[in-house]
Design a protein. Structure first.
Length: 367
């Protein structure tokens, strides 16, 4: 017996096919696009999703809950949703994005255009280099207590005269100096206080500027100086640059591993996104590096998409050591070494809640 399709069903199938063709089905491309959305982009996304829901324009093949998720989306929530296994099933979040963007004039929205263009190009992957991996390992060495840091590591010799609470300095035989600024240590209360400041007001106190200036002043002429930091250390480094005009010009390049973004607005991490001399290393599963509002995204960035949603693996410095290290940290049940590994910053900081307001009052007492 012949099978018949109604005209409405045929039109819906055709519309679905057209919409899908404009959006990549590659999860990595969708994640890369989601991370680069600005605050204005996400406001527009939420507005159009809400309009579709309220106007009764949702086609039958889409899950209403998926479109509802888009109507409340932030960069953090959307990347988290795209990581879920069912996100790319029929009618899910990926199809909802396809339908929504198909209903918006693309020439009026560069973010939408970027996703359509990504569907036409092969995925470029991350651009992690051997140099990046080496610098990440040096950062890990800087997490040791001053007395326990190795005297030599990966061909670099530690300059003990510059050792500090957050800072360590390493020289190679070929006139290269690496200044390392470590991140959070779980047992250090001052570190957590600075983390709260980043979450609430966007930046820590200026704690390492004097040390960095001293190191730079004592660096021999002709030496190439780079700075590498992780987590809290990234904000400490950038705050030192901001508070000391001209300091960054004395540094060749700055490497920020899992930079700490504020949860409530713009901070020091956002301010250097357009500087090509600052290289960002971001895991799209790391809530610390994504923030909650979205920003335009760094121009010099290595973006990694995890195979697991283990938040500890997403924030660890170890993931940047190379392929084998990445596999190890993404194993189920991975736990960092509490004596050496920085703690994951995990603050549920909604500005509307009393808890956030208490944090804000506490942090601003010292200002």
């Amino acid at each position: 017996m012949p099978r018949y399709r109604s005209r409405s069903k045929s039109r819906e199938r055709k519309a679905r096919k057209v919409a899908r063709s404009k959006v990549p089905r590659d999860k990595r491309k969708l994640l890369q696009w989601a991370v680069k959305g600005t605050k204005a982009d996400y406001e527009k996304l939420r507005k159009h999703a809400h309009k579709i829901l309220m106007g009764g324009q949702l086609p039958g093949y889409l899950e209403p809950l998926a479109m509802e998720d888009l109507s409340n989306a932030t960069r953090a929530t959307l990347t988290h949703a795209l990581h879920k296994p069912h996100a790319h099933m029929g009618g899910g979040i990926a199809d909802s994005i396809s339908h929504l963007l198909d209903k918006v004039p693309g020439h009026q929205w560069s973010w939408a255009n970027a996703l359509a263009q990504a569907s036409l190009r092969p995925f470029r992957g991350d651009s992690l280099t051997e140099q990046d991996e080496l610098y990440a390992r040096l950062v890990k060495a800087g997490y040791h207590a001053e007395a326990d840091r190795p005297e030599e590591y990966e061909g670099y010799v530690r300059q003990k005269q510059f050792d500090g609470k957050y800072v360590s300095v390493w020289d190679s035989p070929d006139a290269h100096r690496m200044i390392v600024v470590r991140g959070t240590k779980p047992t250090h209360g001052e570190d957590w206080k600075q983390n709260l400041r980043i979450a609430v007001v966007g930046k820590p106190q200026e704690l390492v500027g004097d040390e960095l200036r001293h190191v730079l002043d004592q660096t021999p002429t002709g030496t190439v100086v780079d700075v590498a930091s992780h987590s809290l250390g990234t904000s400490l480094t950038l705050e030192a640059y901001t508070a000391n005009p001209g300091m960054q010009n004395r540094v060749h390049e700055t490497f920020l591993f899992n930079p700490a973004y504020t949860l409530g607005g713009r901070g020091s991490t956002n301010e250097y996104e357009k500087d090509k001399r600052v290289r960002y290393f971001i895991n799209s599963g790391d809530i610390v590096s994504l923030g909650s509002l979205g920003s335009s995204g760094p121009v010099n960035m290595v973006l990694r998409h995890p195979h697991s949603l283990n938040p500890l693996a997403a924030h660890t410095i170890d993931q940047w050591f190379g392929h084998e290290a990445l596999q190890a940290v993404e194993e189920p049940g991975f736990k960092p070494d509490p004596a050496r590994e920085p703690a994951l910053i995990s603050i549920d900081a909604d500005p509307r809640t009393p808890a956030f307001q208490e944090f804000e009052a506490y942090v601003k007492e010292d200002d």
